[in-house]
Ligand binder design. Structure first.
Ligand code: FEO
Length: 169
């Protein structure tokens, strides 16, 4: 495997675990707020991020590439209101999309078609992640200021259930 592609794939393990950590922080914020549905939504999100990390981990293992695990940084988010958490997650997903695109570009440059095919799932997934983050912001803008509506939105978010990723390596 090309050295740069390898380095970026290895770094992405850490980025995805960091994402899980960030969403755990947000989930805990909502738990403390008493918004159990939001807390559940972000807990499921954290579980998905852990899966993403493990997909990069397994992909490197399957290709006999060395894995170097690094420290996971403290979640870099300051939440003073519900919307801060939602905006932070959208900003983070846009960043992750840029990281996936960077790996894809590096793989493309060296004609690493296998890695490009592996990353195709993540390209699509990032589209969904951005849409989910945007949709939540829209809903909170519409319903966040009315307690009854916020309660109903919280109920809706409480129905999200974890599902294993559709990509299996
Ligand atoms: Fe693993 Fe939310 O991107």
């Amino acid at each position: 495997m090309n050295a740069k592609v390898h380095e970026l794939l290895n770094a992405q393990i850490n980025k995805e675990f960091y994402s899980a950590y960030l969403y755990l922080e947000i989930s805990n914020y909502f738990d403390e707020r008493g918004l159990d549905g939001f807390a559940n939504w972000y807990m499921v999100q954290a579980q998905e991020e852990r899966d993403h990390a493990m997909l990069f981990f397994t992909y490197l293992q399957n290709n006999s590439q060395k894995i170097t695990l690094d420290a996971i940084a403290k979640p870099d988010v300051k939440i003073e209101a519900d919307m801060d958490a939602l905006q932070a997650s959208l900003k983070h997903e846009l960043y992750v999309t840029s990281l996936i695109n960077d790996i894809y570009a590096a793989a493309y440059e060296v004609k690493d078609f296998r890695t490009m095919q592996f990353l195709d799932w993540f390209v699509k997934e990032q589209g969904e992640e951005e849409k989910n983050a945007n949709d939540l912001i829209t809903k909170l803008e519409m319903f966040g200021s009315d307690p009854k509506s916020l309660y109903m939105l919280d109920q809706e978010l409480g129905t999200r259930v974890y599902a294993a990723p559709s990509l299996v390596l």
